[in-house]
Ligand binder design. Sequence first.
Ligand code: NDP
Ligand code: MG
Ligand code: MG
Length: 338
Amino acid sequence: ENPVYYDDNADESHLAERTVAVLGYGSQGHAHAQNLDDSGVDVVVGLRKGSSSRDAAEADGLRVATPVAAAREADLVSVLVPDTVQPAVYDDIEEALEPGDTLQFAHGFNIHYNQIRPREDVNVQMVAPKSPGHLVRRNFENDEGTPGLLAVYQDATGDAHDVGLAYAKAIGCTRAGVIETTFREETETDLFGEQAVLCGGVTSLVKQGYETLVDAGYSREMAYFECLNELKLIVDLMYEGGLGEMWDSVSDTAEYGGLTRGDAVVDEHARENMEEVLEAVQDGTFAREWISENQTGRPSYTQLRQAESDHDIEDVGADLRALFAWGGEEREEVPADD
Ligand code: NDP
Ligand code: MG
Ligand code: MG
């Protein structure tokens, strides 16, 4: 069992003498920077020249410098630019780090797959909220926490773990609970989860269900409601009380049908496919593919995105969401990333 830490386990004084540079002011960056600032930590936001995020950071009352200048001034550098640009940003700031400084990440990809080879005289830690950044900020403002992960990859100072916990506390994660993990475990479970279940698996399940109904002559609207729209209600129940609360809330007919048919649809072949997906994550095949995809201008990614947005379910969904009372503008936009 991985240990779990709460506010009482964390001592913010480990950040008291340290200036924190938050590189990037996007989903995670704006939340970490403002939460740290509200917690009394000295924060400087690092943004490239001409950055479109600069106005937002300054409007929120934060100091902005270039990534290199921010890193030079800081004792802890939180790398919250997109994963694909982190290696280049690290190359720029490496000379600005001093022995004993801390590099902080919110995802382990670049360290685990050696896209960033950090200097040996710095701490390398991960504090990763398990949530989109806008919720990390909103929860903090409501005196609530956001569950998170903590991992220490390199401990140059001897107190890397304490610094990590202090950071987790300052952004509000220890209010909810912080699970100790490793860069390897976080990276591999994160990639597997988004590929096999959360983003990949569930969208394929939805599309195949929709196509099965439409191909059998049912209306697109009915297929959309049944296979996509209702999914939210089911997931909300699972989120609140696990599979049991969901099964308890649906009809006995739905429960019996689901219990007898679910494993027939997502069967042992799906399980074998999942194991292959996991292997490609573990042996680096997926990471190499994604890195080369980015180095060559994202040719397959661009095609796949187009094909997905051309799917019939997207057309019928857009029409229906515009027609119904719950659709359109009042809906709250939640970023698609995990
Ligand atoms: P975003 O895509 O939201 O980051 C955008 C920010 O990065 C902007 O401020 C942008 O500024 C800046 N930026 C982009 N390119 C560069 C560059 N080349 N040099 C300097 N700054 C640049 O990132 P996320 O918050 O989504 O992700 C940050 C980290 O957090 C990642 O490691 C991710 O895996 C992790 N994470 C993300 C979660 C999420 O919900 N999004 C959840 C948990 C972890 P500009 O205006 O200059 O482009
Ligand atoms: Mg992810
Ligand atoms: Mg039904």
